[in-house]
Design a protein around this ligand. Structure first.
Ligand code: ADP
Length: 544
């Protein structure tokens, strides 16, 4: 017998309808190239979104067509999120910092018909415009007055594209499993792979994200996603905010600029933000240099790579900003776990407290999680056993776009192998120890490169640190620590090793430390271990 409950499809269109009726006057504030502080309301945004939908439909964009964006966080990108998905097409958000071969590969693979491009990103595309096989037109996200000179073919300007379109549009009734968005993983190995999101997955993820143990969003919130809208939907903030009526602050191309972030936080009274650890370094450094404050900021969600304890402590102890560590992936939409403390934990002694807070956290309802050994046998949740992390849930990818059945990351029970190695403790807190391919195996035991890197970064003279495994005749592999010193600071190998000896297990202490000017990064700011391993492929430990 079926329940007698309305079967209302969970679609992104519903967020639009809800916000327009319930939160029409709530503001969206953006930084764009043509306006350093553009402001309008949800009512304005969704009126223009209907114009955009008419323009897209008039152009001939159909259900299932891919429309790409190469853009920063701003209001036009927000309109594209809703306008493209709302007509049943698929918004393909592209990271402009990827290598040009990767961008042209994914545009051709996705068969994008239109490209919406921020004016600052136009030169990136000009470099490989002749390789694009399916793009019919590029639409620059600005007005006529600010159109750049460009050699791109069939260029239009966003404001003119939507200007003549009516703001009356009847949104189609979509099946909730309709594809809504497409985002490729950065592909540190092999070609990038496309995670194809659905309306249903996005809505369930947004429901989960607004809850108290995750974003803790409510109508009084002012949310500033510093995670890019081209990276896993800015962790869902552009969907969660209009759901509850939170004001949105979008920092545009100024995401890495500490002064702009500080000004936006203070002047717009930002209370919540989210981003990867590296983006916060610029803000924290600006605050310490300028002596300025970020009083309105209440909470920051940090994830995407392991949050160094020093970053967490600076936010919490110096600026009174509460930090929640979180874990996720492009394939998990992205939120999988968030670290929120259980009752009583706040009162633990400082060292114990931070030990827990550094973990990646507990699962959101909807996500199931386990760790397994090499034979796919589940390992105990005792905080000690570490194994491959597997997840499943209603917003986790079931396959990759145009690769159905070809990848081996799903097992027969539908669990997705994340490629991360982790522990889960008795309280349910998961901790990532490594990427499976980065783990260092010394004498049969695993050494966590993440732990070593974070401990090294805690040294006052160290700006950045990376650890890779180097072949060793006796132990199979031993860790090598690669360090970038802070500007105009001096520190020697012995001093760093002594620092580590006091803080990690004896046999974890790296066999050597080398100093470099720069550590290579992926487009999303993560350490590019592949390139480092190549750089040090002929390296030999001095003691051998
Ligand atoms: P990319 O496109 O760079 O692969 P993803 O967001 O898909 O971007 O990367 C997901 C991976 O990032 C995870 O599998 C994990 O290895 C790493 N990661 C994410 N959050 C954390 C975290 N809080 N701590 C450690 N690693 C993390």
């Amino acid at each position: 017998m079926q329940g007698l409950i309305m079967n209302v499809p969970l679609t992104i269109t519903a967020i639009m309808r809800h916000a327009e009726i319930n939160h029409p006057a709530t503001e969206i504030v953006s930084v764009t190239l043509d306006n350093p502080r553009h402001r309008y309301t949800y009512a304005d945004a969704f009126r223009r979104t209907r114009q955009l939908a008419n323009a897209l439909s008039g152009y001939g964009i159909n259900i299932g067509d891919r429309v790409a964006t190469l853009a920063w966080n701003d209001y036009r990108h927000f309109e594209l999120y809703y306008g493209i998905s709302g007509i049943g097409a698929i918004i393909h958000t592209i990271n402009p910092r990827l290598f040009s071969e990767q961008i042209s590969y994914i545009i051709n693979h996705a068969e994008d018909r239109l490209l919406f491009v921020d004016p600052l990103i136009v030169p990136v595309i000009e470099a490989f415009k002749d390789e694009l096989k399916t793009v019919e037109s590029c639409i620059v996200m600005t007005d006529e007055a600010h159109m750049p000179q460009t050699s791109l073919p069939n260029v239009q300007c966003y404001e003119s594209f939507i200007a003549k379109a009516s703001d009356n549009f009847s949104w189609p009734d979509l099946d909730e499993n309709t594809a809504s968005g497409l985002c490729y993983t950065s592909g540190t190995t092999g070609h990038p792979k496309g995670a194809l999101y659905s309306h249903r997955g996005v809505i369930l993820h947004a429901y989960a994200s607004i809850s108290p143990d995750v974003f803790n969003f409510s109508i009084g919130e002012v949310a500033m996603p510093v995670v890019p809208m081209f990276h896993v939907n800015a962790w869902g903030v552009p969907y969660a905010a209009p759901m509850v009526g939170a004001k949105l602050v979008l920092p545009g191309p100024k995401m890495g600029d500490g002064a702009t972030l500080q000004a936006l936080i203070e002047e717009e009274r930002v209370s919540f933000s989210a981003g990867v650890p590296t983006v916060w370094l610029a803000l924290l450094q600006y605050l310490s240099e300028s002596g300025k404050s970020i009083e309105s900021l209440n909470r920051v969600l940090i994830g995407g790579s392991a949050c160094p304890e020093s970053v967490m402590r600076e936010f919490m102890d110096k600026h009174g900003v509460y930090v929640n560590h979180a874990w996720g992936m492009t394939e998990t939409g992205p939120l999988g776990t968030v670290n929120t403390l259980k009752a009583g934990m706040e009162k633990l002694p400082d060292e114990q407290l931070y030990k827990i807070k550094m973990k990646q956290g507990r699962t959101l309802f909807g996500i199931e999680m386990k760790i397994v050994d090499d034979d796919n046998r589940e390992l105990p949740r005792d905080g000690l056993a570490s194994g491959l992390l597997k997840v499943r849930g209603p917003w986790v990818c079931a396959d990759y776009f145009k690769m159905e059945g070809q990848s081996d990351v799903h097992d027969e029970q539908g669990w997705f192998a994340t490629g991360d190695v982790a522990t889960i403790d008795t309280e349910g807190y998961m901790q990532i120890t490594d990427r499976a391919k980065d783990v260092i195996k010394s004498g049969g035991e695993w050494i966590s490169s993440i732990d070593l890197e974070n401990t090294a970064v805690g040294h006052p003279q160290v700006a950045e640190a990376a650890v890779i495994g180097i072949p060793h005749p006796k132990w199979a592999e031993r860790p090598l620590l690669i360090v970038v010193k802070k500007e105009e600071q001096e520190v020697g190998k012995e001093e760093i090793l002594a620092w580590l000896k006091d803080r990690v297990a004896n046999w974890w202490v790296p066999d050597d430390v080398v100093f470099v000017d720069e550590i290579p990064h992926t487009a999303t700011g993560k350490i590019l271990k592949l390139a480092l391993r190549k750089q040090f492929e002929n390296y030999q430990f001095p003691n051998i």
